[in-house]
Design a protein around this ligand. Structure first.
Ligand code: NAD
Ligand code: TDX
Length: 355
């Protein structure tokens, strides 16, 4: 099992990165330090890790920085004697990538290139280091009614977001094959859980159900996604970082496919039960809207390699995960209100100096 002293997590103030940092501190034997390097875009919320910052003192350190700025990246890696990088930072929302692809090209492609170069420059030929790249199943394109994505499935990205992630995946592989950089990679299906910014399907729908807003279903509502509870993505990444073979990609998935409209019915039923709302009133909020351009029809992951080689298995069922998630949003309406408010973004800028 590989061990590290100083791990730099990029994008640790976002949804999956913050859950990953919490998971490593609270549920693994990791004894070193973690540096959270994050630009704090609209999707980055320092409050998501307030508990960890106060509980783990010197072992958790936050740096506000941009992965596409080479001097900022090099300084963070050098100053903290980083021996592993776990790279989450990205622009992550498909709809935003359709309306404004520029930030996706800059952060996801140029940012990954900048990190790879900085890692090479700092580490040289060292083999006791690791660059783990967090990616998505969307790089494989869209499936028909049958079949699942394997690690060997040819890339076929179709949105500006997935094309930028596919590009970053290729860069990471190239830096391994050409320069010998020790890397691992994971391509995961749709995540859900606490601290998910309320623009993505599940947190948006829960929030709209709780506030009585309409539920916008794109197209016919029959697009299929494979859902995984975020802590199970975190423990998969930890398994790959500590035990995965260098140079390898591991697919991570929930084996849990839902049509969007069927998933919405589960959310409606869960919110009605946990929040004491009327089922029929909630169902009346469903509104079919214009489809997303280029909307991928179906994603499904085959994660046999991760299960058999690294012994990974999800820790919660879908029913448990959805229940925990709806309850979390019920208990944390203040977090939702905070991270979506303009005043919060002003507070972030005033309190977290840009380098
Ligand atoms: P997110 O949008 O919630 O968080 C992204 C984080 O990156 C934010 O904290 C943001 O401030 C930070 N960031 C953005 N640009 C940056 C920059 N230039 N420099 C430094 N930090 C920057 O995203 P997420 O849903 O947590 O996704 C994390 C990673 O996992 C992404 O690489 C994404 O492609 C991948 N992924 C996500 C899912 C999913 O379902 N959400 C599934 C598979 C893979
Ligand atoms: O309002 C909505 N209505 C709707 O019908 C939204 C926001 C989404 N949808 C549909 C589109 C998709 O079929 O729901 C499905 C899920 O949409 P998103 O939550 O936007 O996720 P998706 O586009 O599948 O991408 C997500 O999973 C893979 C993440 O955002 C990516 O970062 C990740 O790589």
């Amino acid at each position: 099992m590989r061990t590290f002293h100083n791990i730099l997590v990029t994008g640790g103030a976002g949804f999956i990165g913050s859950n990953f940092i919490r998971y490593v501190f609270t549920k693994t034997s990791f004894a070193g330090r973690m540096v959270n390097f994050d630009k704090l875009t609209y999707a980055g919320n320092p409050h998501s890790l307030a508990d960890i910052a106060s509980a783990y003192g010197e072992r958790y350190h936050f740096v506000r920085g941009d992965i596409a700025e080479s001097t900022q990246v090099a300084a963070a890696l050098r100053d903290h004697e980083v021996d592993a990088i776990i790279h989450f930072a990205a622009e992550s929302h498909v709809d935003r990538s359709i309306h404004g692809p520029g930030d996706f090209i800059r952060t996801n492609i140029l940012g990954t290139f900048t990190l790879l170069q900085a890692a090479r420059e700092l580490w040289g030929d060292r083999k006791d280091v690791l660059f783990h790249h967090v990616s998505t199943d969307e790089v494989y394109g869209s499936l028909g009614d049958t079949g699942k994505f394997l690690e060997t499935t040819a890339y076929d990205p179709r949105s500006p977001y997935s094309a930028s992630k596919a590009s970053s995946d290729h860069l990471v592989q190239a830096w391994h094959h050409t320069y010998g950089l020790p890397i691992t990679m994971s391509n995961c299906s749709n995540n859900y859980g606490p601290y998910h910014f309320p623009e993505k399907l599940i947190p948006l729908m829960i929030n709209n159900l709780l506030t009585g807003k309409t539920l916008p279903v794109y197209g016919d509502g029959k697009n299929v996604r494979d859902w995984l509870y975020v802590e199970d993505h975190a423990n998969a990444i930890w398994a790959i970082v500590t035990k995965g073979s260098i140079g390898e990609t591991y697919n991570v998935g929930g084996e849990n496919e839902w049509q969007n409209i069927q998933l919405l019915e589960v959310l409606i039923e869960t919110v009605a039960r946990l929040a004491g709302r009327n089922l029929a009133d909630l169902r009346n909020l469903i509104t079919y809207v214009k489809d997303r351009p280029g909307h991928d029809r179906r994603y499904a992951i085959n994660c046999h390699k991760l299960k058999t080689e690294l012994g990974w298995a999800p820790s919660v069922t879908f029913e448990q995960g959805i229940e925990k998630t709806v309850q979390w949003y019920l208990d944390n309406q203040a977090w939702v209100a905070q991270v979506t408010s303009g005043d919060y973004r002003k507070w972030v800028d005033a309190n977290y100096a840009r380098r």
